[in-house]
Design a protein around this ligand. Structure first.
Ligand code: AHR
Length: 530
């Protein structure tokens, strides 16, 4: 990817920060002791002096990649965290921190992306090694974007707060992925390494493979042992743990491992904390899985032992690429949300990781709001179009069809009821919403082939995903926009009065850029049929 002047400036900043960090290692070592010893200390002063990569350095296993869209991972880091691109003019903007060692400047993203949609184009590497993550290229499998690349994440789909500071995560719906195949300092062969990632434990699927970590440098399946990455999800294709999942497992290529044995290892429990700390680390004939609630408590160790009982994983043949949201061969049917993560040189001690977990808890992750009007579960609403043509029209169904219909106080009762929706917690994720028909109980708004329909809930996973929409402030500044949970580049839109889930400038007629911000923005009105 060619560097712009803008990006080069970022790298210079990163390098300067790296030199400053080396000078700060001794300070960080002292701070690490303090953080490890006190979970209840003042988070603000901890954040200024010692962040996860300072702790790893103090433990003798420094970060060689550090990615976060929410905060600095070094106490001195003052550069860009990530870059966004807006659809209106394809301009890009680096999003930095509020202060050195601090939280993301989400307001900069909000103002840059106002009135349009934005995707995350780069997640910068805070170590100064330029191990940044960008749009993943085709490999063993093609992605759905131009040239076989994977899609980029919608920049506003994963709102969070950290100690009250607004930030955004990387929301991976199927087809989305990031990668770096030309890295610097990442473990290769059987070299030791560690990694952690903070994930949304409620956002997952059984597709291959929502990973963060070490993978093949040619985006292809190069055989057993050519990867070592954190996997999160409920795939049972290779391995599983106890319960129904999701599980933290290690993707070691041609296998998701939950312990020594291929297949099921009952000691790897189902974990679905809203904010999940996940850890995989490996060294010659030894590896471990650890995890925790990222908002409280300590890490648990789910596996700590020898390499798997299967040929090809000892010694390992790691290649040193970095992936996020995909499998090593660019398998891209997985889902998940990433907030921050690092990879280290050397096998981190449990004590170092415990200090990092304390730092993560102190960072204060909490659910954020997408903005707009609150859509309270159990309430009934009508959704009014905001495009100038159509401001008297409401999202309605007629049988299974979904379109906008003009509704007034004089309209027949049936038209009013057709335009009234009961707000439900999202069938696929309660942080988002589903819309049950007021007059057809058990039937929900869902998309199919990107068109909207009213269908009875069949109880399946696909239906739940298709019927779940995440609410944000309206793109045009009015009301709310409703983003598809499983196609997060697509928003509920009216086009020629018909209902669709539409991307901003995609290949279908209903993806047209003209009027897109207005067509995807809906005023949440009092229901025509309460
Ligand atoms: O190991 C599981 C998956 O198998 C890898 O992520 C992918 O490269 C292969 O399809």
């Amino acid at each position: 990817m060619p560097q712009t002047t803008h990006e080069s400036r970022t790298e210079v900043t990163n390098l300067r920060a790296a030199f400053r960090r080396r000078a700060a290692v001794l300070t960080a070592a002292c701070a690490a002791v303090l953080v490890a010893g006190s979970l209840s200390g003042a988070a603000t002063s901890q954040a200024a002096t010692s962040q996860p990569c300072d702790l790893y350095a103090a433990g003798g296993t420094p970060c060689v990649a550090a990615h976060s869209t929410t905060r600095a991972l070094y106490g001195t880091y003052n550069g860009a965290l990530y870059q966004v691109r807006r659809a209106s003019d394809n301009a890009t903007r680096d999003i930095g921190v509020l202060s050195a060692g601090g939280y993301a400047n989400a307001a900069a993203q909000d103002s840059f992306c106002a009135g349009t949609s934005c995707v995350i184009t780069i997640v910068y590497d805070q170590t100064g090694r330029n191990n940044r993550l960008t749009q993943a290229p085709p490999g063993g499998f093609n992605g759905p974007a131009a040239g076989g690349y994977d899609k980029l994440a919608n920049a506003t789909m994963a709102p969070v707060t950290l100690k009250g500071n607004r930030a955004y995560g990387v929301f991976v719906s199927p087809g989305t992925g990031y990668r770096n195949n030309a890295t610097n300092g990442i473990a290769t062969g059987d070299q030791p390494e560690g990694m952690y990632a903070i994930l949304d434990g409620t956002h997952y699927n059984d597709g291959c493979c929502f990973d963060y970590g070490n993978a093949e440098t040619n985006s292809r399946d190069n055989g057993n042992g050519t990867m070592e990455a954190i996997y999160f999800g409920n795939s049972r294709g290779w391995g599983s743990g106890s319960g129904n999942g999701p599980w933290v497992m290690a993707d070691l290529e041609n296998g998701l491992f939950s312990g020594a044995n291929p297949g099921n290892n009952a000691n790897d429990p189902t974990v679905n904390h809203r904010f999940l700390t996940s850890i995989v680390k490996g060294e010659p004939n030894h590896w471990a899985i650890r995890a925790a609630d990222a908002t409280s408590g300590a890490l648990s160790t789910y596996y700590n032992g020898a390499r798997p009982n299967a040929a090809g994983y000892n010694p390992m043949k790691k290649e040193g690429a970095i992936i996020l949201g995909i499998g090593g061969d660019n398998s891209n049917s997985s889902a998940g949300t990433f907030y921050e993560g690092v990879m280290t040189s050397g096998y981190p001690s449990d004590a170092t990781e415990n200090a990092v977990q304390a730092n993560i808890v102190a960072a204060g992750y909490a659910q954020g709001s997408g903005g707009g009007t609150a859509l309270n579960p159990g309430s009934t609403v009508s959704l009014r179009a905001t495009t100038a043509c159509c401001a008297g029209r409401y999202l309605s169904h007629s049988g299974a069809g979904v379109a906008t219909t003009a509704v007034t106080s004089a309209s027949p009762a049936a038209d009013k009821a057709n335009a009234s929706w009961i707000v439900r917690p999202g069938l696929a994720n309660s942080a988002c919403r589903s819309f049950e028909s007021k007059n057809t109980p058990g039937s929900y708004l869902r998309h199919q082939n990107f068109q909207l329909y009213l269908h009875p809930n069949d109880g399946g996973v696909l239906f739940a995903n298709d019927a779940t929409f995440c609410s944000q402030a309206g793109v045009n500044g009015q009301g709310n926009s409703l983003v598809s949970y499983n196609f997060a580049d697509r928003y509920i839109r009216h086009y020629n009065d018909t209902g669709y889930v539409a991307s901003d400038g995609g290949s279908n007629a209903f993806d047209a850029t003209a009027f897109w911000p207005d067509d995807v923005s809906w005023v949440v009105a009092a229901p025509w049929t309460p």
